[in-house]
Design a binder for this molecule. Structure first.
Ligand code: ADE
Length: 226
């Protein structure tokens, strides 16, 4: 999979994609992630990519030309499955969307800033709009990083134990069961006996029971989706 991220703040996310599992995915050749500075696509001598909104509204708006130029340049090299705009008024991201997007080959993520982007970009160039939740961030970078992370980790081979992606919380609209590691007794805080029993069927039964109990208690809304 190849992901191009368009941003006015490349330094904000470069570090994120250069460590841990995102780095390993790229080192293994399973994903490539390129970050593009939108300011490299403006003719403006001050490298400005925003301007005042028509209509006298407050705030600044990201201009059409640099975004169009950047996306057109990228499209000369690849065909894209989706051109995604990260925005608080997009479709709220969830695990089924991550699963679906992880099947794609080439994606563009456009990070918004200021008051928003010129609406013509959304009308003519964007194919999907995603929000990571009902709150407003200062820009789309953290949202792009979150969405890219959740997609890339689903690519087969990215995380060593493929099973572990399938057993994540939300994969079947259930929260995952609790997990424990050594020591089995820390200051009297003990691990459930069944997990030390080695009895596979009983452990599976415990896992399902815990998973249902946690979902009922913490996210009852998920049970309606099953
Ligand atoms: N940009 C600002 N807030 C956002 C959000 N909640 N989701 C996606 N992009 C955003």
């Amino acid at each position: 999979m190849h992901i191009d991220i368009i941003t006015v703040l490349p330094e904000m996310i470069e570090g994120f994609f250069n460590c841990s599992i995102m780095k390993r995915a790229q080192d293994k050749g399973l994903a490539t992630i390129s970050i593009h500075n939108l300011r490299d696509y403006t003719e403006d001598k001050h490298r400005r990519v925003d301007d005042y909104p028509f209509g006298g509204f407050a705030g600044m708006v990201m201009k059409v030309e640099p975004i169009d130029k950047c996306i057109s340049t990228l499209k000369e090299k690849r065909e894209y499955d989706e051109v995604i705009f990260l925005t608080p008024d997009g479709e709220v991201f969830n695990q089924p969307m991550a699963n679906q997007l992880s099947l794609n080959q080439n994606l563009i993520f456009l990070c918004g800033h200021f008051k928003g982007i010129d609406y013509r970009i959304r009308q003519h160039l964007i194919t999907k709009e995603i929000s990571i939740g009902d709150y407003v961030l200062t820009g789309g970078e953290i949202a792009a990083a979150a969405v890219a992370d959740s997609i890339v980790r689903l690519i087969p081979g990215v995380i060593s134990d493929e099973q572990s992606a399938l057993s994540d919380s939300f994969q079947d609209n259930l929260l995952a069961a609790p997990v424990y590691t050594r020591p089995a007794d820390y200051k009297g805080w003990t691990v459930p006996d069944v997990l030390l029993s080695g009895h596979e069927a009983k452990i599976k039964e415990w896992e399902i029971k815990e998973s249902l109990e946690r979902t009922k208690r913490l996210r009852p809304d998920l049970l309606d989706k099953r």
